[in-house]
Ligand binder design. Structure first.
Ligand SMILES: *[C@@H]1O[C@H](CO)[C@@H](O)[C@H](O)[C@H]1NC(C)=O
Ligand SMILES: *[C@@H]1O[C@H](CO)[C@@H](O)[C@H](O)[C@H]1NC(C)=O
Ligand SMILES: *[C@@H]1O[C@H](CO)[C@@H](O)[C@H](O)[C@H]1NC(C)=O
Ligand SMILES: *[C@@H]1O[C@H](CO)[C@@H](O)[C@H](O)[C@H]1NC(C)=O
Ligand SMILES: *[C@@H]1O[C@H](CO)[C@@H](O)[C@H](O)[C@H]1NC(C)=O
Length: 295
């Protein structure tokens, strides 16, 4: 449907300075911003330069990959973007290992879910199309690849955990919010830049360095495609919901132990760090594969 963009015309200019991320950014803002910055740092230099030129000229982000990562959430307050709301998640099912479902297209309601959203903007990011359309595509793609790393974006159960009431430092909240925002913000503790730098170090030299090849092993499989890897990652996310998030939630509910900011936080901070790091690595690899053919 779309022709590949002629990226050589874009390549060559000097890459913009890596934009600093503001720690005022509120997987909410911070998770997506972290995935955006990790992608920028980990992607191949040629692809980075192409993406930087594109986003430097976009006044909604002014070259900030942190803002580009979270942009698709910010536009939710603008009703002219309501059509994009269903593109952030997909409705797999299961709350226990034996009830877990693998993705089938009928779980993508009306063909509008994060799977078709990613496919759509994958095509549009490298299409022969006006710059504004390619900027929009890159921002959506970066965001949706972050969304699928948050396991509760892969399940329809309790609207992705939004219906699972719990507490955080005494305040009522829900499981989706805890996994989107509360855990990550407690870990960041006001130092967003330090958080991203630590994850980058852990990926490149530290505790994740021996795992990164396995995080992108999907691309090496027979007949693998960008689309098949997205489905594999979605299934992996929902497995985590079925094997861990829902069983531990319902057990905690039975014990009347739904204050999640202490022991639950301690048990899961590393899970969230690993998911954010893994999303940065996978997203960088995804953009490498996508733009390698286009440029
Ligand atoms: C940048 O954006 C401006 C205004 O939208 C446009 O005129 C221009 O062609 C764009 N591209 C570059 C490379 O400056
Ligand atoms: C980007 O820069 C322009 C020009 O300085 C400014 O008007 C706009 O508000 C900036 N955008 C963001 C998201 O900060
Ligand atoms: C909402 O989005 C539309 C379409 O991009 C844009 O024209 C409009 O200015 C935006 N409204 C606000 C308040 O940002
Ligand atoms: C594909 O992208 C276009 C342009 O943003 C949008 O109008 C359409 O709703 C998108 N469809 C899906 C499934 O993402
Ligand atoms: C890969 O594609 C070929 C050709 O369609 C098919 O014969 C083969 O079974 C596929 N392999 C896997 C692992 O799906």
């Amino acid at each position: 449907m779309f022709k590949k963009a002629f990226c050589l015309a874009l390549a060559g200019a000097i890459a913009g300075a890596i934009a600093g991320a503001s720690s005022a950014l509120a997987w909410g803002d911070n998770g997506h911003a972290a995935v955006g910055l990790l992608m920028q740092r980990l992607v191949n230099p040629e692809v980075r330069s192409t993406l930087e030129q594109l986003l430097n000229n976009d006044s909604s982000v002014n070259g900030s990959f942190a803002l580009a990562g979270s942009w698709a959430d910010h536009i939710k307050s603008n009703s002219s973007y309501n059509w994009a709301n269903s593109l952030h998640y997909v409705g797999l099912t299961g709350t226990t290992p034996d009830t877990c479902t693998a993705y089938v297209p009928s779980q993508c309601a009306d063909d509008r879910c994060v799977i078709t959203g990613i496919a759509n903007y994958t095509e549009r990011a490298v299409a022969q199309a006006p710059e504004a359309d390619r900027q929009e595509a890159v921002k959506f793609l970066l965001h949706f690849l972050g969304d699928i790393a948050q396991p509760l974006h892969a399940t329809v159960v309790e609207l992705g955990g939004n219906g699972n009431i719990c507490y955080w430092e005494g305040e009522e909240t829900n499981l989706h919010y805890v996994w989107d925002i509360s855990i990550i913000d407690k870990t960041i503790n006001g130092d967003f830049d330090g958080y991203v730098n630590q994850l980058e170090y852990d990926i490149v030299k530290g505790k994740y360095a021996s795992s990164t090849a396995s995080w992108v092993s999907c691309f090496g499989k027979e007949n693998a495609s960008l689309a098949s890897c997205v489905v594999e990652w979605i299934n992996e996310a929902n497995q985590f919901d079925c094997n861990y998030i829902f069983p531990t939630y319902y057990a905690a509910e039975k014990r009347d132990d739904l204050e999640l900011s202490s022991k639950y936080y301690a048990d899961n901070a590393e899970n969230v760090n690993r998911f954010v790091a893994r999303a940065g690595v996978r997203t960088a690899h995804y953009f490498n594969v996508l733009f390698k053919d286009a440029c």
